[in-house]
Design a protein around this ligand. Structure first.
Ligand SMILES: Cc1ncc(COP(=O)(O)O)c(C=O)c1O
Length: 473
C-alpha cells in the first residue's frame, strides 16, 4: 500500500535543534530556532499568562467544543489588538476573525479558503521568506512565486524592485507580506514604504495577506501593526494571520488567529461562513485553552498591562542583544560594516554567512545557526554574546559577515571604523532606556563604542543615557 511513500527529509530547523540538544559541549549557543529565550537561556513563562491560566483553572469550567470560529471573546480582542479598539472597520462589522491553531493554522485556513474562492490566483512571497509559507500555499494547490525583497549588498530592502514586480502582477494575485520583524531577514518596510506600497496593491487589485507572527517584538504593539492599520485605513480588503506563540510565549498552546478585513459587513459575514466551513474540513474547531488564555490576557484590566510590560521587556532584551552583538563585531572587525544589525528588527538578522561558514561555526565553536545565515538574536544573552561574536570573527573567512554576502565595504568615508556606525545607521526605534541600560552595563567596551562624539544617528536622549550609565568595573 505504502511502498511508494517517500521518506521525509525532516524540517531543517527542528533537525538542528535536535543536533544542538545532543551536542555535549557546555558552551554551545542555540541561535537557530525562532524562539525567545530569556537572559538565562530559558523559555519564559509570562506571569500574565500564568495568572490567566490560574484563573481559568480556578473557574473549573467544562470543556465543550468551541465553535468552528473559536472563542468569541478571544476573537473580539484579536480584532482590537490588530486594528486598534476604535477602528471603524470593527464597528462596521467588516472584520471576520477566527481563532486558529497557531498562526500556522490561520495561514493554512486562509490558503485553503483562497484556493476555493480565487482558484486562478498565484501567490507571491518575499525573497526570501519563512520556508513554511511556500510549503503551505503549495500544499493548498497554489503556484508560489517570489518578489524581490532582501538586498544582500546592503543588508536592507530592495523596495523599488519589489514595487516594480508587484506593479506587473496579474490582478487578484495574492501577495504575502510580513507585517513586521521579517523572518528570516529582520528587514522591514518603513511606514513610508507601506504608504507607498498601498496604492500599488489597490491599483493592481492585489490581495495582501499579512503574516504578523511577531507583534510587539519590533518597535511596539501599535508600531508593529502599522501595516494592518494602514491597509484598513486605505479601505483595502486583506487577510492577516497573527500569532501569540512568541508574544505570549505560549508556543505549544497553539494560539493564533486569522482575520479578513472586508469591503462590507455582508461580505465579512459570507467570508466568515466560508472560513468556518474551511476549519470544519481541517480540524473542526480550535483549542479551548488557547482561546481562553488570549481572551483573559488581552481582555483583563490587570493582566493586559502586565503582558504589555512583559512583551516590552522581551523586546528590550532582543534590542540589547542586537546592540551588544553589533558592538562586539564592530570592535572585533574594524573596517567592516555591521550596521545592518541595528537597522534590522525583531528576532532575526541575516548575517550573510554562507552555509559552509555556518557549518564551521557549528562544528568548531558550537554556535548553531540555520544554513541561510539567519541568526536568532533572541538566543543571545550576556553570557554568550561575546563568545558568539568572537567565533564569528575568529576566522577571517568567517568574518565576511561585513557587507552581508557582498565584498567588504570600505568604511573610510565619514564613518568611524571604531564603531562601525555609518551615517545611515539608526538605533532601533523601540530601544527603551531599559534596553540601553542593560546593554550599557553589560560590556564596558560597548559603552566606549557609543560615546556621543562617535555615535552618528543616535538620538540625544539615547546618547545622554548611555554616557551617564556607569561603566562596568
Ligand atoms: C513568519 C512566521 N509566520 C508564522 C509562524 C507560525 O507561528 P505559530 O504557528 O506558532 O503561530 C512563524 C513561526 O515561526 C513565523 O516565523
Amino acid at each position: 500500500m505504502f511502498e511508494h511513500v517517500q521518506p521525509y527529509a525532516g524540517d531543517p530547523i527542528f533537525a538542528l535543534v535536535d543536533a544542538y540538544n545532543a551536542d555535549p559541549r557546555p558552551a554551545k549557543v542555540n541561535l537557530s530556532i525562532g524562539i525567545y529565550f530569556d537572559e538565562q537561556g530559558r523559555l519564559p513563562v509570562l506571569p500574565s499568562v500564568q495568572l490567566a491560566e490560574a484563573r481559568i483553572l480556578a473557574a473549573a469550567g467544562p470543556k465543550p467544543y468551541l465553535p468552528m470560529e473559536g472563542d468569541a471573546a478571544c476573537r473580539a480582542e484579536v480584532a482590537k489588538l490588530l486594528l486598534g479598539a476604535d477602528h471603524p472597520a470593527i464597528a462596521a462589522g467588516r472584520v471576520a476573525t477566527i481563532q486558529t491553531v497557531g498562526s500556522s493554522g490561520g495561514l493554512k485556513v486562509g490558503a485553503d479558503f483562497l484556493k476555493t474562492w480565487l482558484p486562478d490566483a498565484a501567490v507571491w512571497v518575499s525573497d526570501p521568506t519563512w520556508d513554511n509559507h511556500r510549503s503551505m500555499f503549495e500544499g493548498s494547490g497554489f503556484q508560489v512565486h517570489s518578489y524581490p525583497y532582501f538586498d544582500s549588498a546592503s543588508g536592507g530592502l530592495r523596495f523599488d524592485a519589489m514595487l516594480e514586480t508587484l506593479r506587473g502582477l496579474p490582478k487578484r494575485s495574492i501577495v504575502l507580506l510580513h507585517a513586521c520583524c521579517h523572518n528570516p531577514t529582520g528587514v522591514d518596510l518603513s511606514a513610508a514604504q507601506w504608504d507607498a506600497l498601498i496604492p500599488v496593491l489597490r491599483d493592481r487589485e492585489l490581495l495582501p495577506y499579512l503574516d504578523l507572527a511577531y507583534q510587539g517584538f519590533g518597535d511596539g504593539i501599535t508600531e508593529d501593526a502599522y501595516s494592518v492599520r494602514a491597509l484598513a485605513d486605505a479601505g483595502l480588503t486583506f487577510f492577516v494571520a497573527n500569532s501569540f506563540s512568541k508574544s505570549m510565549s505560549v508556543y505549544g498552546e497553539r494560539c493564533g488567529a486569522l482575520s479578513a478585513v472586508c469591503a462590507s459587513a455582508a461580505e465579512a459575514e459570507r467570508v466568515m461562513g466560508q472560513l468556518r466551513f474551511t476549519v470544519r474540513r481541517i480540524y473542526s474547531s480550535p483549542a479551548i485553552h488557547a482561546g481562553k488564555i488570549v481572551a483573559h490576557v488581552l481582555g483583563d484590566a490587570d493582566l493586559r498591562p502586565m503582558w504589555e510590560a512583559e512583551l516590552a521587556s522581551m523586546r528590550d532584551r532582543i534590542l540589547a542583544m542586537r546592540l551588544a552583538l553589533h558592538a562586539r563585531l564592530a570592535a572585533l572587525l574594524p573596517g567592516r560594516d555591521v550596521g545592518y544589525l541595528l537597522s534590522q528588527r525583531g528576532m532575526f538578522s541575516y548575517t550573510g554567512l554562507s552555509g559552509a561558514q555556518v557549518d564551521a561555526l557549528r562544528e568548531q565553536h558550537a554556535v548553531y545557526l540555520i544554513r541561510s545565515g539567519r541568526v536568532c538574536i533572541a538566543g543571545l544573552n550576556s553570557a554568550n554574546v561575546g563568545r558568539t561574536a568572537e567565533a564569528i570573527a575568529v576566522d577571517r573567512n568567517l568574518a565576511r559577515i561585513s557587507g552581508v554576502s557582498s565584498p567588504m565595504k570600505d568604511l573610510s568615508s565619514g564613518v568611524s571604523p571604531a564603531t562601525g556606525l555609518s551615517a545611515t545607521t539608526r538605533m532601533p526605534k523601540g530601544a527603551s532606556s531599559t534596553a540601553l541600560a542593560r546593554v550599557a552595563v553589560m560590556t564596558q567596551p560597548l559603552l566606549a563604542l557609543y560615546q556621543p562624539s562617535r555615535g552618528r544617528g543616535l538620538t540625544p536622549a539615547v546618547l545622554a543615557m548611555l554616557s551617564t550609565t556607569p561603566r562596568m568595573p
